[in-house]
Design a protein around this ligand. Sequence first.
Ligand code: PLP
Length: 372
Amino acid sequence: MYVPLLDLRAQYTKLRDKIKKALDEVLETQQFILGPKVAALEEALAAYCGVDYAVGVSSGTDAILVALMACGIGEGDEVITSPYTFFATVGSIVRLKAKPVFVDITPQTFNLNVDQIEAKINSKTKAIIPVHLFGQSAEMASINDIAQRHNLVVIEDAAQALGATYKGRKVGAWGDMACFSFFPSKNLGGYGDGGMVITNKKEIYERVKMLRVHGAKDKYKHEMIGGNFRLDEIQAAILLVKLPYLDEWNKQRAKHADIYFSLFKQAGLLNEIKPPVVDSANTHIFHQYIIRASRRDALLSYLTKHGVGCAVYYPIPLHLQPCFRYLGYQEGDFPEAEKAAKETIALPIYPELTLIQQEYVVEKIKKFYANG
Ligand SMILES: *Cc1c(COP(=O)(O)O)cnc(C)c1O
């Protein structure tokens, strides 16, 4: 048997006719940039998240970049974020010549440890970027509280968490701004790159919209220096077909997580591996299903050899990346992020995964530990 980490074809097979029809509509209009599909997707996504405004952009990375630009982050500014995230969160800060300041994660959720944030705030601090890692919200009430007290902007990196909730409200509706990604492997994935910035603030919305088209509100009159951060009409058309299915897909993922838990328990594996922990304030959408495993690297090669797709997100925390050496961090600075990088492994969790496939994954894990 082969159980891939992600099977996009399973989803495409079910949606093929609708996708082809939507693509055909775009081809017939011959309008490829910022047309009616992008506008419709922006409206639908804002409504879905319960916010006033959304701006479709070229990627999740560009969403973070343009969000930071829209609040004027630049040289000399400091932005607090997690060292245990995808590179884009921190890369975007540095591209604007601002300084990323890391705060360690909590071992339960892999998200920012809110008790450690305030100690890192000084007069240069301008923003906090909480990352809702693997599909589970960071502690937004505490983060907003801290931000309010210190007059900081909150930009949610919600690239992995579209549809997740915190205290009953969608992620993305908590911060001043939030960023989403439609990279094909995300829970709502396009057929190429894409992203979205959402906000309740009109001034920010206007600025992001301008920055998306080289800082021009009226054509060829540039109020600010932006970039080409536009979302393609073709991507928007595909995403509009998929969005109505998202909640069902997210529920399927959560159901698979429950099944994994029962199977691990039945197999007596809860000493060797630690399944994900969901904070009681959260609904987790399981963008990734991440376990902690003893002898992680050996398990990874064993599963790969036996046809189980798995991966490590992320093997090197950002404070230890070669390109950030100049920041002066060392091994030991963020022990929980470093521990997570050594212990975690992602298992298949996509919506169409079958019980037989899950049983196979768990059987292989059991064999691995039984063989010592
Ligand atoms: C995927 C991702 C991004 C970047 O999105 P792209 O669309 O790939 O540019 C940013 N942050 C996190 C946490 C992500 O998972």
